[in-house]
Design a protein around this ligand. Structure first.
Ligand SMILES: C[S@@+](CC[C@H](N)C(=O)[O-])C[C@H]1O[C@@H](n2cnc3c(N)ncnc32)[C@H](O)[C@@H]1O
Length: 233
């Protein structure tokens, strides 16, 4: 088995801080639904990925597994991968409740997960890659590309900044989310910008391309969120 370098980024810090607590996990969907149309997002992503019924798909940083469980209704196997055991327990419970037996929960980080299943037809990751600084984002994207079949699809959604009107965009985003979800949600967005590792669109595009992805489309929302649909070249 490959040993990790002694200088490996400690992915568990963010998990223990934000996603290790069962009560936080249980409340996650309700909190996010205040400012996100999670089901609409996932339906649009799945329509765009156009998965075959025999496809094997990975959902990286799957959280409560909303995407993984919807994808599992359309394809053969979904690997729901997350570093948080509390998140995965929730996914497993929900999948069982939904009568799904093709959601495979695997505990692992972007930098440490070892995929022992078949090469994947598609990978989806939303709101998770920003937990890594840019040096480590590249390592993570290289690893994700390695698990995909040639021609496989990668969809990435995350907080990504444009380079114009940055302050106005961030202020507008905080105000918008606070209006939708309350002051606490606005505060969490403020904390995200101040403390997490979301990067600029031109950096992320470069990282994706260097990992061997062709960017088929990149849609930016308000200069603060972006969806990248990519193909493994
Ligand atoms: C903000 S949540 C996003 C969950 C879900 N994808 C969504 O769109 O709602 C971030 C998720 O990424 C996971 N995560 C954070 N850092 C990670 C890492 N280095 N490797 C794998 N998962 C990670 C967290 O445990 C959490 O479930």
């Amino acid at each position: 088995m490959k040993t990790n370098p002694t200088w490996l980024w400690d992915e568990t810090v963010a998990i223990n801080r934000d996603f290790g607590d069962r009560a936080v996990v249980a409340a996650y969907d309700e909190r996010h639904r205040k400012f996100r149309d999670i089901d609409g997002e996932n339906a649009a992503i799945l329509a765009r990925l156009d998965l075959r019924p025999d496809a094997a798909v990975g959902d990286f940083g799957c959280g409560t597994g909303a995407f993984a469980r919807l994808a599992a209704r359309r394809c053969a196997t979904v690997y729901a991968i997350d570093l948080s055991a509390a998140m995965l327990d929730f996914v497993q419970w929900k999948a069982k409740e939904d009568g799904l037996d093709n959601v495979v929960c695997r505990q692992g980080g972007f930098l440490t997960y070892e995929h022992d299943g078949p090469p994947l037809d598609a990978i989806h990751s939303s709101l998770a890659l920003h937990h890594l600084p840019d040096f480590w984002k590249q390592r993570a994207l290289d690893r994700l590309a390695g698990w995909l079949k040639p021609g496989g699809k990668f969809h990435l959604m995350d907080v990504v900044f444009g380079t114009e009107n940055v302050e106005a965009n961030v202020e507008a985003w905080i105000a918008h989310t606070a209006a939708q979800g309350g002051a606490e949600v606005g505060d969490s967005i403020r904390a995200h910008v101040g403390k997490e590792f979301s990067t600029y669109d031109w950096i992320l595009a470069g990282l994706l391309e260097r990992a061997g992805f062709r960017i088929d489309s990149a849609d930016a929302k308000g200069g603060v969120l972006a969806n990248y649909y990519c193909t493994k070249a």
